[in-house]
Design a protein around this ligand. Structure first.
Ligand SMILES: O=C[C@H](O)[C@H](O)[C@H](O)COP(=O)(O)O
Length: 230
């Protein structure tokens, strides 16, 4: 990864962490961009910020503990105030592909309980339409052959990730090439309808904003389809 990409991620992460307030329940994302935000949160906690974190993966939970960020069980909170997470792709409508790191299931559960879902990304993640990145679909291992077959009927060419890769919830991931995804909301519903699919990496209507590092600036994409530079 180029150092400018790394800097874009850092700038987006720093800007996002500024949105966190004392006494909030904070969803902690997964992936290389989210890691930068978690370090920044750790620094603010060290300086006295009082929050409770809800991790989206085992690796994020481990990092949060290392940084002494207090954690809370997701099932003991009514909602999560703000979540900061990464994405593999996003559009200006704030449709996302997530799950490149295999954490999409817990990430989506955290996202649906979150009041303000903030996505952080470098400029390479912005696309006109989703689909350049293969869509991760989390499946029950026993159903993987059946799901691969059903995906073909939707013109998706799938491949079980890894040897296989096993998610934190004990499932497999199928990475699916759909070429361009014209209607993510429709595809989302069709995928959820396949028996054996636990969840998929299309996030539609969940992000409140995307903070995208671009050069030395951070561009903000809001749900209402507006954008400005932070
Ligand atoms: O499963 C992983 C997550 O959805 C990540 O947030 C996503 O893959 C982006 O990761 P990164 O920030 O490393 O590009």
């Amino acid at each position: 990864m180029s150092s400018s990409t790394e800097q874009e991620k850092k700038n987006a992460a720093r800007e996002a962490v500024k949105l966190i307030r004392d006494h909030q329940v904070v969803g902690l994302g997964t992936g290389s961009t989210a890691v930068l935000a978690i370090h920044e949160i750790g620094e603010r906690v060290r300086q006295g910020l009082v929050i409770q974190g809800v991790p989206t993966s085992n690796s994020t939970a481990a990092l949060a503990r290392e940084l002494s960020i207090p954690l809370v069980d997701i099932n003991s909170v009514a909602h999560i105030d703000i979540t900061i997470d990464g994405a593999d792709e996003f559009t200006k409508e704030l449709h996302l592909i997530k799950g490149g790191g295999g954490a999409l299931l817990r990430e989506k559960i955290v996202a649906v309980k979150t009041l303000q879902e903030v996505i952080i990304a470098d400029a390479s993640k912005y696309v006109e339409r989703l689909g350049r990145f293969r869509l991760p679909v989390e499946v029950i291992p026993f159903a993987s052959g059946y799901v691969l077959h059903e995906l073909e009927k939707l013109n998706g060419k799938g491949e079980v990730r890894g040897a296989p890769f096993v998610t934190d919830e004990g499932n497999y991931i199928i990475d699916v090439d759909f070429k361009t995804i014209e209607d993510p909301v429709r595809l989302s519903a069709r995928l959820k309808n396949i028996t054996g699919v636990v969840e998929h990496g299309l996030f539609t209507g969940l992000a409140e904003r995307v903070l995208m590092g671009t050069g030395d600036k951070v561009q903000v994409f809001l749900k209402q389809n507006s954008t400005f530079t932070a």
